[in-house]
Structure formats: C-alpha cells, structure tokens
Design a binder for this molecule. Structure first.
Ligand code: AHR
Length: 329
C-alpha cells in the first residue's frame, strides 16, 4: 500500500511537471518578445528565386534592432499552409504587425480575419490577396504586374510587327498575383494579334529547376519553330535557356527571343551577352516602403491602401557592365 502511494505521488508530480513544461513552451513564444521594440512578423513565400532572396534581404536590412524593431521571419517554403500556420503563430505571439508576401491570391479570408480579431494590422507585400472584405489588410506595397507585362507586349509588337510570333509561355506559381497579371496581359495580346500563337503553356513555378524540367519535356517531343519564350521570372529564363541550348536552339540574335521578368543581376548580364532579349524590371527592394507604412501607423495616420513601385525594362543596348555592377540586386 505504502509503495502504491509513493508511486501515485511520483506520477502526480511528474504530471504536474509535464503540465508546467507545456505551459512554458507555449508562453515561451511570447516571452522572447522585446517590449521596447516594434515586433514585426514577416511571412515570406520562400527562396524560390533571386528576386525573392533580394526581397528578403531588403526586409531584413530595415527591420533591425538598431532601427527599433524585433523581426520574426518565417520562410514558408512555397506552401500556403505554412504561411497560414506562421500567421497563427504571430497572432499567438502578439506581434505588433504582420507582413505577408502571399504565395497565392485565394484562401486568406479566415486567417486574416483572425489577425483582425486580434487587432494586428496586416501589410501585404509584393503580391495581393483576393478577399471579400478589403479591410482585412491595412496596406499593400508591390509591383503592377500587368504594367510589367504590357512592357513585354509592347516590345513584341515593335519587334515582330506583322510577322508570325510563336510563343512558349512559362507560367509562374499558379494563382499568384505575379502569374495572374503577367499571364492575363499576354493572353489578351495574343487574342488581339492574329499572327501571335501560344504554342504551349508550362508551369515553371518561378524556379530554374522546374522551368528546365518542363521545357525539356516540351522540347523532347520534337522541334518546333519557337520565336519567343515568355518566362514569368528570371529563374525560369535561366532554366529555359539551359533546356533550349541543350536541344540545339540558339537564344538571341537570329534565334529564340527570351523575355524575362525581374531583371536581377544574372539576367541583366545574360541580356548584355545577348541571350535574353528583354528584361522587364520587378523591384524587390520593398523593405523601406514597408517601414514607411509601419511608421505612418505608429504615428496614428492612415497609409495609402496600395503603393506600386516604378519599373522599366531593358534590352541589350540599354546595358553596360558598370550599370549592372552598380545595381543593388
Ligand atoms: O511576386 C514576384 C515574383 O515572385 C517575382 O517575379 C519572382 O521572381 C518571385 O518569385
């Protein structure tokens, strides 16, 4: 009997300890927050492209302790469910602001409502969300993807005139604002031009590896007369060029015209080399603009609902080695 009692007491003590440990693990999440700093929870898409890496660096450079911030940075590894979990974690941690780069446009209503119920402003960066209630996010800062695509379409019109244009279209991550905008404008232009044809649409997911894979898959079916490969980002362009060259195509003068979006360093070098015909700029340096929104809110003012960054495009003739070396990304 005595032994039974000791055993019971030990079990109870263990259970108590276990319970306490559980409590500190949960509470530990909020315990680490610095009271005198503005806590910003950033939920990044992933590291799928050179653009994305530059975008993360620009955020990390601004939200430093020296500038008065505590940055909680979550890389969602290109999965929306990871982004949703990260937002829920930020809500539990009671961060001051949530910065979200949404992987796709749909599927955000509930979790953004949870953030709103917790009184945490959500700032969208880069891409947009498609929600019933626009007040679920406080502000959005990013690119006008349709305007970017219009630059590509203008260039194709000027370059090809009435000549036939056979296009291989590499899509970015499906349902992302960047993909939707860049695709919609191209498809509308193809409808308007009888001499333009989309030979195929392949999903490149904004990565070099996927673009290479799908492009090889397409090219392996036999040779076609390809005039333009419209890649929805730089990394897709690198994968496409690799595949095209492997299958005996020439990229550049007299060969396939590769169009790319982002215009990061490697892309501009390839453009200068002549392998990329057109590089449409997509500016990843959004950190300072996000901070401006947060400072506006801290001051009790209302920031602009949408801020779009100015962007341009480059062909070989616009570039020099010095110009590329001086660019920040
Ligand atoms: O949303 C911006 C796009 O996402 C960039 O064009 C691409 O490189 C990135 O992954």
């Amino acid at each position: 009997m005595k032994r039974k009692l000791i055993l019971l007491a030990l079990t109870a003590a263990l259970l108590l300890l276990w319970g306490c440990a559980g409590q500190t693990a949960d509470a530990g999440d909020t315990e680490d927050l610095e009271e005198d700093l503005i806590v910003v929870g950033v939920c990044q898409v992933g590291a799928e492209s050179d653009w994305r890496v530059a975008n993360s660096e620009s955020i990390k450079a601004v939200f430093t302790e020296e500038n008065g911030y505590q940055l909680l940075f979550e890389d969602a590894k290109q999965k929306q469910e990871n982004q949703i979990s990260a937002i829920r974690k930020f809500i539990q941690q009671k961060v001051d602001y949530i910065v979200l780069m949404p992987i796709s446009e749909t599927g955000w209503d509930s979790v953004l409502q949870e953030a709103r119920d917790a009184g945490i402003p959500v700032i969208l960066v880069d891409r947009m969300v498609d929600v019933e209630d626009e007040s679920l996010y406080t502000a959005h800062i990013g690119s006008d993807f349709e305007a970017e695509a219009a630059l590509a379409v203008d260039w194709m019109e000027e370059t090809y005139g009435d000549d036939p244009v056979n296009i291989v279209h590499l899509l970015g991550t499906v349902d992302s604002t960047a993909q939707l905008g860049r695709t919609e404008v191209l498809e509308e232009a193809v409808e308007r031009h009888d001499n333009w044809t989309i030979l195929t649409q392949l999903e490149g997911d904004f990565t070099q590896a996927k673009a290479y894979e799908v492009m090889c898959g397409y090219l392996s079916k036999g040779s076609t007369d390809i005039h333009v490969v419209y890649c929805e980002n730089d990394n897709e362009a690198y994968g496409a060029i690799e595949a095209l060259e492997e299958y005996g195509y020439t990229c550049g003068e007299g060969g396939v015209a590769v169009i790319s979006f982002d215009a990061t360093g490697t892309c501009l070098n390839l453009c200068l080399e002549g392998k990329i015909a057109l590089a449409v700029e997509c500016n990843p340096l959004l950190g300072e603009l996000v901070e401006e929104v947060i400072q506006t809110l801290e001051a009790g003012d209302t920031p602009a609902k949408h801020t779009y960054v100015e962007e341009t495009c480059f062909t070989r003739g616009d570039l020099t080695e010095e110009f590329i070396a001086e660019r920040a990304y």
